[in-house]
Design a protein around this ligand. Structure first.
Ligand SMILES: Nc1ncnc2c1ncn2[C@@H]1O[C@H](COP(=O)(O)OP(=O)(O)OP(=O)(O)O)[C@@H](O)[C@H]1O
Length: 260
């Protein structure tokens, strides 16, 4: 199977940071699979996702995403950007705008520049947006303002916006850490199911090994900026997972963020 993303011997330190956030990382994300990134706070999960999203510069090593090589001194070429979608933990929605408008924003990267500037959606854009709303179970919320929605509904909007972009690679940074366990399962089921239906690859980070096991076909464990294991879910070892979080300190708690 071809790789949706490939990283070879990559190291990266955030500007001004004393220690590298990623150290000698090599991995390959198989095309069409759902893959989970596990690891305590500060392990480097967010940094790895930002790298694959083309937002980091100044790294050492080799990176290619969906067959396009990235370079450490420049942003990825514009035409390949809409192929990667990102779902943020904090949703990153326009709160005072409607659900429909937010999901339509996912189409902007697919529109010709002039149409994107004027926000004029084509009939095809609307068809894709309506399908994304329906797949995420929020068609009936289309005209509601985002600031009137619950956390679970907001995350559905964020996923619908990402799907409207028609990405081939979906990156999600702790997409369920703000949700209760039942909602968290629903949202991960939605995210990985929608990716599968579209033949897209999904890579999501999580602090919850049980959810990673349920929804990922492959699990990558990280600690201190390094990959500790990278295995099919069926081969995930309980002890290896426990070791990942052992003595990780108070920063490893679910939902806690590293100090930036
Ligand atoms: N903007 C930044 N500037 C300096 N250091 C940073 C920055 N962002 C992250 N770091 C550091 O890089 C390391 C990796 O952080 P990262 O956020 O990638 O970890 P994480 O595994 O995603 O953690 P969490 O689970 O808390 O989100 C940490 O030591 C963190 O403090």
């Amino acid at each position: 199977m071809s790789a949706a993303a490939r990283i070879d011997d990559l190291s990266f330190a955030h500007p001004g940071a004393a220690l590298p956030a990623l150290e000698r990382v090599s991995l390959s994300i198989p095309s069409g699979e759902s893959v989970a990134l596990l690891g305590p706070s500060g392990a480097g999960k967010t940094t790895l996702l930002a790298l694959l999203d083309g937002r980091l510069q100044g790294w050492r090593g080799r990176v290619s995403v969906l067959g396009t090589a990235f370079y450490p001194d420049r942003a990825p070429p514009r035409p390949c950007r809409p192929d990667t979608g990102f779902v943020f933990q904090e949703f990153a929605l326009v709160e005072r705008s409607t659900v429909l408008r937010n999901v339509l924003n996912g189409r902007l990267g697919r529109m010709p520049p002039l149409r994107a500037l004027s926000g004029q959606a084509s009939a095809h854009d609307m068809t894709v947006v309506r399908a994304a709303l329906a797949d995420c179970g929020i068609a009936d919320l289309a005209e509601r303002r985002v600031d009137s929605l619950s956390g679970g509904q907001r995350q559905r909007v964020a996923i619908a916006r990402c799907l409207a972009q028609e990405p081939r690679l979906i990156l999600a940074d702790e997409p369920v850490s703000n949700l209760d366990p039942a909602r968290a399962g629903e949202i991960l089921s939605l995210l990985t199911g929608a990716a599968r239906m579209r033949g897209a690859t999904a890579l999501f980070s999580s602090h919850q090994p049980d959810l990673a096991r349920r929804f990922a076909q492959r699990i990558i464990g990280m600690r201190n900026g390094r990959i500790v294991f990278d295995v099919p879910t069926s081969e995930l070892d309980e002890d290896a997972t426990a070791d990942l979080y052992r003595d990780a300190g108070p920063m490893s708690g679910i939902g806690l963020r590293a100090v930036r």
